[in-house]
Design a binder for this molecule. Structure first.
Ligand code: ADP
Length: 165
């Protein structure tokens, strides 16, 4: 049977830290689905369709990774696509408590589904979409922290925002 894992997150935008988890996740699973999961508590910089487009572009060379978006319950999506693993990345200690809660609630919601964690690559320990957005919004270069096409989209996005001010 094919081992399929779902890698959910906001991916606002996708970073090299996320890419590292995808690449390493592929060593364990036959197929990965990157899922833009709707989070009502997060105000995002990029729309879902912009994020879908960027992720499609950066995963285009992998034939066993696809991207989707979903605004319902994560465990329902996982079950509907025939997967039984949720893949998550762990960075600093600060991630731990939230990830722990999330894994437990998802397990309570569906006992057939397990959450698997990969430790971040040391290069990406401090990389988060939030911190990257903050740096970029103030004109800092985030080259090397995000895929090149994402860097380009961020430059365009913040140039547009500046024009509107
Ligand atoms: P964030 O906005 O914090 O970057 P996302 O919601 O997009 O996070 O993250 C999706 C998943 O990817 C989470 O499990 C998160 O811990 C993980 N992740 C995000 N950045 C990294 C990174 N630099 N290294 C490892 N895992 C990461």
């Amino acid at each position: 049977m094919k081992k399929i894992a779902v890698y959910p997150g906001s991916f606002d935008p996708i970073t090299n830290g996320h890419m590292d988890i995808i690449t390493r996740g592929l060593r364990m699973f036959d197929e990965l689905i990157v899922l833009i999961a709707y989070n009502p508590n997060k105000k995002t910089l990029f729309s879902v369709s912009e994020r879908l487009e960027m992720i499609r572009e950066v995963i285009k060379d992998f034939n066993n990774v696809r991207v989707d978006s979903y605004d319902g319950l994560l465990v329902d999506f996982v079950r509907n696509v025939g997967a039984n693993v949720i893949l998550r990345g762990l960075r600093a200690l600060s991630d731990f408590e939230y990830e722990f809660q999330l894994a437990l609630i998802n397990r309570r919601l569906n006992r057939e589904i397990e959450t698997v964690f990969l430790m971040t690559g040391y290069k990406w320990f401090y990389t988060s979409s939030t911190i990257i957005n903050e740096a970029a919004s103030l004109g800092g270069s985030v080259k090397g922290l995000v895929p090149d096409i994402v860097n380009q989209k961020m430059l365009e996005k913040y140039a547009c925002k500046k024009e509107r001010l």
